[in-house]
Design a protein around this ligand. Structure first.
Ligand SMILES: [Zn+2]
Length: 253
């Protein structure tokens, strides 16, 4: 199994990161840690070096913080993506968040920065991990412009079934489902109708735990896989084989 998206570089894990990773190693094949900011990108790079062959990094700039980022901040992110191209398995997380960002000008700024990262991923032909919230359709309309990006990942997909069907019609787009599956009816309804060939699994740790007070961790991705198996009436091993296979193909690991 694989947690394709988490943030174990966050300070929430400072007291016991080693144990958290140990629990992940006991249950999972790989963990992908997604950079969130310039500092975070460097931290995930270090983690991938400390746990070579188990932890893989992606470099990005979170859309909610990107709205206020300076040109210099974004330039540093771009430069580091180019510099560490051989280390990273994707660009991300980047994207657009219309849930938290409601101001029109700030949304435009987000989109402009997102397009900058799309151009970069297109130029270097690397997959892109996208945080797209409440604007999934808009993202689906933008991405066909970037023909050289090998794969587009909708991390924590929560859009409509209609948009999910459009995503399944593009052969290089997948949707990632998290531990949220254990308690969100909307996500359960989605996964029931989405073909597993377009599905990845993740935790988005430390977020999206079973309760608000809890801290999520990569080993919990097993719960998402079990839930998918239950909903689709399949064996856990079968779901694991397909979703882990998808992730290995996309991120070349
Ligand atoms: Zn994330």
């Amino acid at each position: 199994m694989i947690d394709t998206h988490c943030h174990i570089d966050f300070e929430e894990f400072d007291p016991d990161r080693i144990e958290v990773i140990k629990r992940a190693q006991d249950r999972l094949d790989y963990v992908i840690v997604s950079g969130y900011s310039n500092d975070s990108n460097m931290k995930v790079l270090q983690l991938s070096k400390d746990y070579e062959g188990f932890i893989y990094p992606t470099f990005g700039f979170h859309p909610v913080s990107s709205q206020n980022a300076s040109e210099e901040d974004i330039k540093i992110a771009h430069d580091n993506i180019k510099k560490y191209l051989d280390n990273i398995v994707a660009v991300g997380e980047v994207g657009m968040d219309y849930f938290y960002v409601t101001d029109k000008t700030l949304r435009e700024r987000q989109q402009e920065i997102f397009k900058g990262f799309l151009e970069l991923a297109n130029e270097y032909k690397v997959p892109i991990v996208m945080h797209v919230r409440d604007c999934e359709k808009k993202a689906v309309n933008i991405i066909p412009e970037y023909e050289d990006i090998p794969y587009f990942v909708f991390h924590c997909y929560g859009g409509s079934l209609k948009t999910a069907k459009k995503i399944m019609n593009m052969d290089n787009c997948v949707m990632s489902f998290s531990t949220m599956l254990c308690y969100s009816k909307h996500h359960q309804d989605l996964i029931e109708k989405i073909d597993l060939d377009y599905v990845l699994t993740e935790t988005d740790s430390p977020y999206l735990a079973m309760t608000k007070e809890e801290r999520n961790e990569p080993a919990n991705v097993t719960k998402a896989v079990a839930k998918i198996a239950e909903i689709k009436d399949m064996d856990i091993s079968e779901v694991d084989e397909i979703t882990t296979g998808n992730a290995r193909k996309i991120f070349k690991i």
